[in-house]
Design a protein around this ligand. Structure first.
Ligand SMILES: *[C@@H]1O[C@H](CO)[C@@H](O)[C@H](O)[C@H]1NC(C)=O
Ligand SMILES: *[C@@H]1O[C@H](CO)[C@@H](O)[C@H](O)[C@H]1NC(C)=O
Ligand SMILES: *[C@@H]1O[C@H](CO)[C@@H](O)[C@H](O)[C@H]1NC(C)=O
Ligand SMILES: *[C@@H]1O[C@H](CO)[C@@H](O)[C@H](O)[C@H]1NC(C)=O
Length: 289
């Protein structure tokens, strides 16, 4: 009886099948979703609750190519001593968490490898010369926490330094620049590199080195601008002088003719006289426009 029922059920519903979830559904959609997922996987790397030791994490296989690590610190020790070298980052003393203050924090490090431009696309004529690296911080009180909000921090004394390894030189007409994305992963910010292939940063985010177009000398354009300003200034000055001369001459002519025609009673005289004023022979171009 029961068996018959089961056979019927199978007949109508078909064999139960386990359909694997497609990889494209598991891969985080946005840079922010990726941050949330990597925080979870980085926290799993802590084999014991110690501060001051970096632990490398393992990402799910569908994110192969991304490396992560987690480092737990007391925020007091972070502020007074910094952390000399956490992967490529040198964290100087003076780094403050806040405005929400925590007792312990965890730095989560990202190396996005071949996923860099997937999550952090560059704009314009720029190309990555290195993978993109992230340095984010989270509340480090509970190491089993997930979905933690990103913790703000600020290097208040010296900037955090990011040291890239050797990078092949760019071709002529191109320059190396740093690129930085804030935590929301909004628009890239391109800025000058510091010496020795380093980039400086002071707040959480992601950074890398890019091959950027060489923008024409700022010095030349500055000189050009000055010349244009001087020329414009001279032109305006000339115009004002011209108006002044015209005005003075006009007034002098009028008073002289007024004296001559005092006795004449012409109501529209002045208007007619003004309209027909001829250019005196010696007048400069500015005097009689
Ligand atoms: C990630 O780490 C592994 C093992 O340490 C290393 O072989 C690999 O080069 C790293 N990936 C990147 C993109 O640096
Ligand atoms: C990165 O490389 C891995 C293999 O190492 C590959 O599975 C993955 O699809 C690549 N990611 C992208 C965005 O191309
Ligand atoms: C940090 O996490 C602990 C434990 O979950 C919590 O008690 C504390 O309020 C959190 N601190 C902040 C600033 O969110
Ligand atoms: C970081 O600290 C510096 C120096 O104290 C301050 O000028 C700056 O506004 C701070 N930035 C942020 C985002 O809090």
């Amino acid at each position: 009886m029961e068996l018959q029922f089961l056979v019927l059920l199978v007949f109508f519903l078909g064999w139960p099948t386990v359909r694997p979830q497609p990889l494209s559904d598991l891969i985080p959609k946005s840079a922010n979703d990726l941050n949330v997922m990597l925080q979870d996987y980085a926290y799993r790397a802590f084999t014991f609750e110690r501060t001051g030791i970096p632990f490398d994490g393992i990402v799910p296989s569908y994110l192969t190519g991304i490396n992560i690590s987690a480092l737990r610190l007391r925020s007091g020790s972070l502020y007074s001593r910094g952390f000399d070298s956490y992967k490529e980052f040198v964290i100087p003393p003076g780094v403050m968490d806040g405005p929400r203050h925590v007792e312990r924090l965890v730095f989560v490090y990202h190396n996005l490898g071949n996923w860099s431009s997937h999550y952090y696309p560059l704009t314009g004529d720029h190309m990555y010369l290195a993978p993109i690296f992230g340095l984010l911080a989270y509340n480090g009180s509970d190491l089993s926490a997930t979905n933690l909000p990103v913790l703000e921090f600020n290097a208040t004394e010296k900037p955090i330094t990011f040291k890239f390894g050797p990078i092949k030189p760019v071709s002529s007409g191109r320059v190396m620049k740093c690129v930085w994305f804030d935590v929301i992963g909004s628009k890239p910010v391109y800025y000058e590199m510091a010496p020795d292939n380093t980039c400086l940063l002071s707040t959480p985010g992601h950074c890398s080195i890019v091959d950027a177009p060489f923008v024409h000398h700022r010095h030349t354009s500055h000189v050009g601008k000055t010349i244009a300003q001087v020329f414009l200034g001279a032109l305006v000055l000339g115009y004002i002088m011209g108006l002044l001369i015209f005005h003075i001459r006009g007034r002098r002519n009028r008073t002289m003719e007024n004296r001559e025609t005092m006795t004449r009673a012409g109501t529209h005289y002045e208007e007619i006289q003004l309209a027909t004023t001829e250019c005196p022979k010696k007048a400069s171009w500015t005097g009689c426009l």
